[in-house]
Design a binder for this molecule. Sequence first.
Ligand code: URA
Ligand code: SF4
Length: 213
Amino acid sequence: MNPDEILAQIADEVSVCQKCSLHQSRKKSVPGVGPVNSEIMFIGEGPGFHENEQGLPFVGAAGKFLDELLAQAGLARADVWIGNVVKCRPPENRDPLPDELIACDQYLERQIAVINPKIIVTLGRYSMGKFFPDARISAIHGQMRRSGDRFIIAMFHPAAALHQAKLKPTILADFAQLPALLEKARTLLSAAVPARQVEPDEPHEDPKQLSLF
Ligand code: URA
Ligand code: SF4
């Protein structure tokens, strides 16, 4: 399977998944959307009313604001992957429960593995909690932190910024930093060449020859 087929396969599995009780409130599953070669993945919480109707992430009011935030960072939806930690709508938009987050995580893990983004932006505390379980968003938002082969940046959820006016300048400022942080991530990740790809300056001595001495 090529990477696009793997993403499609994951979406197919999600559409019929019954691994947690959220499948009962599902109209359309929302596996996430975006090119398989996206350098940035945005991960929100879970589908709301409109997402459940359309099967697409961030298409309601929070989504409109996300589009504005992306635009001011010089990004379009077509450039990035957007998804959520749970793929089916929690009833009445309640918070996802721990067992639901655990049940759904395997899909997101496989999506991250195949997309292999340079940066993951977590939107809100549930996706932040996947990477930084003990962090407080007010303390770490906007900071780029290394996690294995990539970087994670926690940001406030766009819906939170819509409801709390004082968060709006903060989330705008965090998004405005994204182009520079992506440039930095590209540099840092390309500098970290895996050992097997490093050309030795001197030919390696053959251990068998060494043993002759
Ligand atoms: N809020 C989210 O966290 N995700 C969506 O897809 C829509 C709203
Ligand atoms: Fe499956 Fe995730 Fe939907 Fe639960 S939320 S039913 S784990 S796809």
